[in-house]
Design a protein around this ligand. Structure first.
Ligand SMILES: Cc1cc2nc3c(=O)[nH]c(=O)nc-3n(C[C@H](O)[C@H](O)[C@H](O)COP(=O)(O)O)c2cc1C
Length: 193
């Protein structure tokens, strides 16, 4: 791995929708992000995910869905407008949809979820490498029947949305991460009784 590739990995951070401005990634840049996602480890090459791009006029349709769900949840008109804004603000939103084969003879569900997580991470790192900011978001909306049905075929799960755009500024409070030694130690065999 080149120094710059490692630097890209080590410097990625999420940029929330309120700090994302135009321009968003174009078709070629989005294709690179999808290709990076597909480089993630994936047992038996099941590709247990797919992405749906929400951009242009589709943003208003997603905003309407979000607003309806907010009203249904009793959030009132201010809350509905806030949720609609979440759909409208990012230049591009990428829905992440899981296609987990629960009956696969060789690859249990947790391995397929791991492949999906790796794909999302690679997607976001590619966005960062191309100079874009992004953040994976979910919330109760992913479980709203009308919203889930608008993105998923039967048996699929709406995981959430990646908000994408040009970062207006670095977020003030970056997520705190543990040190490498907190997550990686030498393994020692258990003591025999
Ligand atoms: C599947 C998934 C769903 C997430 N949903 C939310 C969310 O709804 N709201 C939120 O603030 N962060 C959410 N996050 C976390 C952020 O995307 C982000 O990773 C976190 O804020 C840490 O920031 P970092 O990526 O800069 O380390 C989610 C992450 C994943 C993987």
């Amino acid at each position: 791995m080149t120094d710059s590739a490692l630097d890209t990995l080590l410097t990625r951070y999420s940029v929330g929708p309120k700090h994302l401005v135009e321009p968003g990634p174009d078709d070629a840049q989005l294709a690179l992000m999808a290709q990076a996602a597909l480089r993630a480890p994936d047992h038996a090459e099941l590709v247990p995910y797919r992405f749906k791009l929400v951009r242009g006029a589709a943003k208003q349709a997603m905003a309407d869905l979000f607003a309806d769900a907010a009203r249904e949840a009793g959030k009132g008109e201010d809350g509905a407008a806030l949720d609609a804004e979440r759909a409208l603000r990012p230049p591009v939103t990428v829905a992440v949809i899981a296609r987990i084969d629960l009956g696969h003879p060789q690859v249990p569900a947790h391995e397929q979820w791991a492949a999906l997580g790796g794909a999302v991470a690679n997607f976001l790192t590619a966005a960062h490498a191309l100079g874009f900011g992004g953040k994976m978001l979910s919330g109760a909306k992913v479980r709203h029947p009308a919203i889930a049905a608008a993105f998923c075929a039967p048996g699929e799960t709406l995981v959430g949305w990646i908000a994408l755009g040009t970062p207006a500024r670095k977020p003030s409070g970056l997520a705190r991460k543990p040190s490498a030694t907190d997550v990686m130690q030498d393994w020692h065999p258990p003591c025999k009784p």
